[in-house]
Design a protein around this ligand. Sequence first.
Ligand code: UD2
Length: 315
Amino acid sequence: MKILVTGGAGFIGSHVVDKLIQQQCRVVVVDNLSSGLREHVNTAAKLIEMDIGSPELLALFEQEKFDYVIHQAAQTTVAQSIDRPDRDCQVNIAGSVNLLEACRKTAVRRIVFASTAAAYGNAADIPIPESAPKQPTSFYGLSKWTVEQYLALYRQIFGLEYIVLRCANVYGERQGNSGEGGVISIFSKKLHERRPVTIFGDGGQSRDFIYVGDVAAANCLALTAKTCNAAFNISTGTETSLNTLVKLLEQAAGIKLKKYFAQPREGDIYRSSLDNTAAGKYLSWQPQMPLSQGLGRTYQALKQPGLNQREGREW
Ligand code: UD2
C-alpha cells in the first residue's frame, strides 16, 4: 500500500516513516522542512518538499494516488500558538483542510491524524478518558481539536475514514531541543552542556511522557484497525511531575542539574495524563518503553549525534 506521511521529516513523522518502511510499505513524505530535517527522512521514502497548504497538493495526490495518509505536519508548540494564533491557525487548520480536500477528491481510504492531550485542557478526571470535555487552554489545543471536528464532518458528508490519535507528551531521539523542543529534549541538552534548567512554575505540574517509537507503532496500527472514525489516547496512563523528571534525568546521566524556577507559562495545563485503555482494546497497542530507559536513550543520542540519525537507531 502507498502511504503519504505529512511532516515525515519531523520528529514523530520520521519515526513513523521508518516503521512503515520496515513493514515494506511504499512511503511518500510531504514536508516543507520548516522544522524537519532532510537527513531524518528514510532514504527508502520519497521526499517532496511542499507545504501542506500548497495549491499544488491536489495535483500531487492525483499523480501519486495514495491509499492512506498519516498527517503529522503541524505547528507543534503550545507557546508559539499563544504568540502567533494566526500562524497556528494557518498551518494547523487551513493546512489540514487543504489536505482533507485532496484526500476526499482522490478517494484516500483513511487518514490518521496526530492530535494532542492539549485538546482536553485542564480536565477533572486524571487519567483523562477520550470522552472528557474538550476545553483547550491554548490555540494549539484548539486548532488540533478543530481539525478533529472537521474529520468527523468529512466522514459524515464525504465518507472519508479517519482515526485520531491524541498523543500525550512525546519524547525521544531527534526531538528538537531549541525553544520549540519538548521539556525532555531541552533539559537533556542543558544536562549535557552542564547548564542550569528553568522550571516554569513549581515543578509539581505533571505530564504523561510517551516514547516516540511507541507513538510510531500506534500510527501504523491505526492504518488498518477495524474500529475507525474514532479518537484514541496514545499515552502511558501515568503522571510524572517535572521535579520527578529532573531526578530521573539526573539518574540517567549520572549528573546533577542546577534548577531555576520561573513564572508558569501562559496556556500551560497543570496536570496531564491520558487513559490509554481504548487504544489497547481497539488498536491492540500498548506502550513498551519504560520512562527511565527512554530517557537514557534520548540522552545517549544527544551525546552521540550519530544515534540521532535513522541508521543509528535500534528501535
Ligand atoms: C507538549 C507538546 C505539544 C502537545 C502537548 C500535549 C512539545 C514541545 N509540545 O506540550 O505538542 O502534544 O504536549 O499535552 O512537546 N517546561 C519547563 N521548562 C522548559 C520547558 C518546559 O518548565 O524549559 C515545562 C512547561 O512549562 C510545561 C512542561 O514543562 O509545564 C511541559 O512542557 P513542553 O513544552 O515539553 O510540553 P507541553 O505540555 O507544553
